[in-house]
Design a binder for this molecule. Sequence first.
Ligand code: ARG
Length: 390
Amino acid sequence: MKKVVLAYSGGLDTSVCIPLLRERYGYEEVIAVMVNVGQADIKEAEARAEKLSDRYRVIDSRNEFVHDYIFRLIMANGNYEGYVLGTAIARPLIAQKVLEVAKEEGADAVAHGCTGKGNDQLRFDAVFRTMDLDVIAPMRELNLTREEEQEYAQEHGVYFETEKRWSVDENIWSRSIEGSELEEPSFIPPEEIYQWTVPVSETPEDAERIEIGFEHGIPVSLDGTKTDGVSLIRKLNEIGGKHGIGRTDMIEDRVLGFKARETYEHPAATILLRAHRDLEQLVLTRNELRFKDYVDKTWSELVYQGLVMDPLFDSLNAFVDKTQERVNGTEYVKLEKGAMIIVGRESPDGLYTKNVSFDVKLEQKGVEGYSVYHGFQSRQAMRARFGSKK
Ligand code: ARG
């Protein structure tokens, strides 16, 4: 029996893939796999999978996602051109889970519903191709128009009550909203695309203060109470969203080179990333910070491209881990009218000293010698260009 395991989301594209895999590709059994990384519509997806697929599995990966992926992202200050990498970071995990099911089931192939335009196809494929299985992407291969797709859906009992206007990808870290009119960079998005955040006009009048505790670069407490990762992120999404924090509307350079207009919302990500970086600023040396900026950027690019199996990714993580040994402390944050403001920080590992005279007895006069040489090369360059004044 020819079997295929499909990465299933419950959306139109992956739903249409199920009959396509039977009819056009000749698979006798289509197994739908849903990986729970915190998306709200997982129950709906399950109901659809039950109806459409031959068999389906739901894998709850929320803890693994937060501990092995999101925490790493925080430690590496994950950010690609201003995007908090929510969709990107989840793809390798989802692909890996699909592969595991394929192995258990002795499947012949794995499939995803991505089109040939975006980044997600590359992220799935990169992981799928680590195993010797056929990789099928019906949406990319058949390149159906929206009308053809809807017609095919209707004919095959794939029924959506409301036509979805936007393509949404959601997990605990962020919501990515794209498609239809949003593709036009000048189109002003209607409020309805946002579900986690309110507009600033609807935020409370009063500011809210919170405290986030970090241990080894990982957020471990909220307002002094130890909180597990999944709950902490959920709470911050709620609190931050209420204050209108964490919306991004941007132009993004996709892996293939086209520019895309993307909209995102991610209150917890905004709060945690900013707080983490601020704490690093207190505990890491200037040299560490400069070098780590470059590491963080390279780390983020690999994640964006879906190349987390590249050996470089491991090496970067080893460096990041080492630096995070000292990233301990508390960040004091104020949330107010769409803004997340850091109002203080404290750490047992802070390099800041109020009184510099611990180490060198700071006599201001002692700096005179240093000052003579400061800017020496710059002055030499001026002299070489404009001639010596003396
Ligand atoms: N541009 C983002 C990324 O490449 C978001 C993709 C959203 N995907 C989706 N199927 N709606 O990570």
